[in-house]
Design a protein around this ligand. Structure first.
Ligand code: ADP
Ligand code: ASP
Ligand code: MG
Length: 497
């Protein structure tokens, strides 16, 4: 069986939804489909939830459209969300399917209104409430795509993944329980597939042990797709998005970024980890465990071969350049060598306690300076993190000086064979030096899949362009001449898998 995942842009309106349905139908059955919320809806849901928790002052409430401002400011945003979904439903080309979908959407919107009203009444927004509220977007998409498929003559059913993807109760960033997920997928999804239905599941969401809805983190629908693929032993997971594959750089930063036809699991993981938004950072892990090929494809050009991700790395050289923004660089100077172990335990302990993600860490050769690059965009930046570490050092009775630089970006050149070469880091530093990009720290990862450099955020874009120009080799003429057809690629996938 095949899992197909569609992102928000690919489900943004009725026409995109019909295009997605056509792509689904062209794949061999059995197939499960994972959907994101329609583009922009998750952000609107978040806005509605925050507005409900802290309504604007009375003078700014109310709108010219006459939308009731109660509860809080959330109601007018909820109305916008409803309008988006109803506009999509209006494009379902079958009256019975259309009215069936509208009835289900009514229930989802009523539940959303109730949840927002409860938040407004409580005057506070728990992470549990927030997850229940934001899940509405994916739930609506699943209803809409299943109805669109049935309207085009394909038997289909939708399923909310809070009953399938089992997670812990870390709301907002839930961790899946693969064993329970497998049991639930076998019990709920497999029978539907066996009865000949195309099953449309919500991405992004899971269910905590007590049954509450959780979410896997922003962009998490990619992760849902591979979790489900692993649970159902899929032959392939296809990530259908708005770019024709993994590109050699973010197309919004680099005009001549081009498709990378084949990357290894390791390379894809590094790319996602270091900022290639096209894949959620956790997406690859479930596929690795079962050797499932993952393909990244464009809903705007479905005949293009896209990018294939498998265990092997295809080709040599740097394949892509990425940048991870919004980081801060901590430099911890420890004058007494014997304090170093305690200082490092205090730093890592304090960051872990605050759930601040460590992106990279290193220790100088004199062993008296540690540098730690952390993702603290949502944690108050240096103003919060520096005193936090100061307190941790005091508690550990360690004398240390903590420096903090922000905003910092980590640029990475990713490619298995390239990063393994001894002079690769020197080349990267040379390119950055010629482009006048100051380097705060640099490393050749022990995994030898990525070369990285931390640079001041203001220089990130220039750094990415310079590295792309210098390190991504021109495409060989043979690869440019003829594109493999998708049927040949599927045969290749089956051999690999
Ligand atoms: P979806 O809604 O389908 O999940 P996303 O917006 O999450 O799509 O991811 C696709 C976007 O990722 C692209 O539109 C592109 O702007 C961005 N992107 C960043 N880096 C890369 C890269 N190296 N290759 C492809 N896309 C990238
Ligand atoms: N809709 C969610 C988000 O916007 C999940 C996803 O799109 O993958 O983050
Ligand atoms: Mg995405």
């Amino acid at each position: 069986m095949i899992v197909l995942k569609f992102g928000g842009t690919s489900l943004a309106d009725a026409a995109r939804l019909r295009a997605a349905a056509a792509i689904v139908v062209a794949q061999p059955a059995p197939r499960a489909v994972v959907v994101s919320a329609a583009g922009g809806v998750t952000n609107l849901l978040l806005e509605a939830a925050y507005a409900a928790a802290s309504p604007p002052p009375p003078s700014t409430q109310g709108t010219s459209s006459g939308v009731s401002p109660v509860p809080g400011g959330g109601a007018s945003i909820a109305a916008k969300i409803r309008d988006r979904h109803l506009a999509i439903a209006a494009g379902i080309p079958d009256a019975a399917e259309r009215s069936g979908a509208l009835a289900e959407l009514d229930q989802l919107h009523a539940a959303l209104d109730d949840a927002l009203a409860a938040v407004a009444a409580a005057g506070e927004l728990s992470k549990r409430d927030l997850d229940r509220i934001v899940a509405t977007g994916e739930k609506a998409s699943s209803v809409l795509l299943a109805a669109t498929l049935r309207a085009s003559g394909t038997p289909a059913a939708h399923l909310f993944a809070d009953r399938v993807i089992a997670t812990d109760d870390r709301f907002g960033a839930a961790r899946p329980d693969r064993t329970r997920t497998r049991v639930q997928a076998e019990a709920l999804v497999r029978p539907l597939l066996q009865s000949g239905l195309t099953v449309v599941l919500t991405g992004f969401i899971g269910g905590a042990p007590d049954g509450s809805t959780t979410t896997l983190g922003r962009g998490g629908s990619d992760y849902s797709a591979t979790l489900l693929g692993a649970a159902l032993d899929a032959e392939e997971v296809q990530i259908w998005t708005d770019v024709p594959g993994v590109l050699s750089a973010d197309p919004r930063r680099v005009d001549d970024a081009r498709v990378v036809p084949h990357v290894s699991y390791d390379e894809a993981q590094e790319l996602a980890h270091f900022g290639a938004k096209v894949l959620h950072p956790r997406t690859i892990r479930p596929a690795v465990a079962r050797g499932i090929p993952v393909r990244i494809l464009s809903t705007f050009a479905p005949e293009e071969p896209g990018t294939l991700v498998t265990r092997e790395s295809g080709g040599e050289g740097v394949k892509a350049v990425t940048a991870l923004p919004d980081l801060l660089l901590l430099a911890i100077d420890v004058p007494e060598l014997e304090d170093l172990a305690a200082a490092s335990a205090a730093v890592f302990g304090a960051l872990h306690a605050e759930r601040i993600e460590i992106v990279a860490a290193s220790q100088s050769s004199s062993r008296r300076r540690m540098t730690v690059l952390v993702d603290a965009a949502a944690h108050g930046g240096c103003a919060h993190v520096r005193p936090l570490l100061g307190t941790a050092m005091d508690a550990a009775d360690v004398e240390a000086e903590v420096g903090c630089t922000e905003p910092v970006a980590l640029v990475a050149a990713v490619g298995q064979a390239a990063a393994a070469q001894p002079a690769a880091l020197a080349r990267l530093l040379d390119v950055l030096g010629r482009a006048n990009v100051p380097v705060l720290s640099a490393s050749q990862q022990t995994s030898n899949v990525a070369l990285t450099a931390a640079v001041p955020a203001a220089h990130a874009e220039r750094a990415v362009r310079a590295l792309h120009d210098a390190l991504i080799r021109p495409q060989p003429a043979t690869a440019r001449g003829r594109r493999p057809r998708r049927t040949e690629l599927l045969a290749e996938t089956i051999r690999v898998g």
